[in-house]
Design a protein around this ligand. Structure first.
Ligand code: NAP
Length: 295
């Protein structure tokens, strides 16, 4: 490996320390502790472990968190009622509904029920629209984490050719908007399964971000020597050598790509920790804005 490792864990630790200082300052100034409510419907093990990680990170930063566990069979109306109760709860600055829901057809309604001022995941249409318009908004945590990694690593973005692989509402599409906004100024190409000759695009890129959810989406021959590679993917692949029976891999063929790239994020320990740190930052921002609105 010749690439510089972009260590998301240590970048996130620095960011979380900054958030903890902001929480302490906010508490000293207002007497209030920022609060996050997490709605978890069902007992999917991956969702459970993501929620536990977020709650632990909140505690470490001095943020109050409350979990609202609901049985998997909870209907849309009850989930909406839980969200509305949290909208009205003054101790709650941020609301996060862990996705996917057991019934994915409810997700749009549930997201739209969240008060945009408490939408720390940045998925509400008001925040998505504000992001597109370049107005202050809650920005989805994973794309914001990717941007933060690039910034903190000193990767030049103005005028850079950036290819984003994947156009989901939670990662690829908002990331393409963030990177192309004024002030960041990258030239962005957004690729997906209907893209012809994906490799032709990725090979021309200064920065490649892969958020496809498929191992081996980016292989060594697809990367320009000296490019920066950000791997958002988290995939479980069977591994009899592990007690769990699986291991986590990204969307990038790490070793061969690392031999060509200038810098690369690992999986795990890359984008994931930054996603959680950006969530904490959004919760503090929500608390700050709500405090200012109260005055
Ligand atoms: P998603 O909703 O399934 O979207 C995947 C996107 O990738 C789609 O736009 C799809 O194109 C595109 N795609 C898939 N295979 C492709 C290929 N071979 N070539 C080109 N495009 C391809 O996934 P997501 O929610 O964005 O998540 C993507 C990955 O990131 C997953 O592994 C997920 O676990 C991970 N993730 C990680 C974090 C983190 O914090 N680290 C957070 C969120 C997600 P079409 O639109 O044409 O189908």
């Amino acid at each position: 490996m010749s690439a510089r490792l972009l260590d998301g864990k240590s970048l996130a630790a620095a960011l979380r320390a900054e958030v903890a200082a902001d929480v302490a300052a906010l508490r000293a100034a207002t007497g209030r502790v920022p609060g996050l409510a997490v709605v978890l419907v069902g007992a999917d093990p991956a969702s459970r472990s993501y929620v536990t990680g977020k709650e632990k990170a909140c505690a470490a930063a001095g943020i109050y968190s409350r979990e609202i566990p609901l049985p998997a069979a909870t209907g849309r109306a009850e989930i909406l009622a839980a969200v509305r109760a949290l909208n009205a709860d003054d101790a709650v600055d941020g609301i996060l509904v862990q996705l996917p829901l057991p019934d994915p057809s409810s997700e749009r309604d549930v997201i739209e029920a969240i008060d945009p001022a408490k939408d720390v995941d940045g998925f509400h249409p008001t925040n998505v629209g504000r992001l597109v318009l370049g107005l202050p908004a809650f920005v989805p945590c994973t794309p914001n984490g990717v941007l933060e990694i690039l910034r903190r690593a000193g990767v030049p973005l103005a005028g850079a050719e950036v290819v984003v692989v994947g156009r989901s509402q939670i990662v690829g599409r908002p990331l393409s908007i963030l990177l192309s906004q004024k002030g960041v100024d990258a030239t962005v190409t957004l690729c997906h399964t209907r893209t012809r000759e994906l490799a032709r695009h990725t090979r021309a890129a200064d920065v490649v971000v892969v958020a496809a959810g498929r191992p081996h989406t980016l292989t060594a021959g697809m990367v320009k020597p000296g490019a920066v590679v950000i791997d958002v993917g988290v995939n479980r692949v069977p591994d009899p050598g592990k007690a769990s029976g699986y291991r986590l891999v990204g969307d990038v063929d790490f070793e061969p790509v690392a031999a060509t790239a200038a810098a690369i994020t690992p999986v795990p320990g890359g984008v994931g920790p930054m996603t959680v740190a950006m969530l904490l930052r959004n919760v503090v921002e929500a608390a700050r804005r709500r405090g200012a609105a109260r005055q």
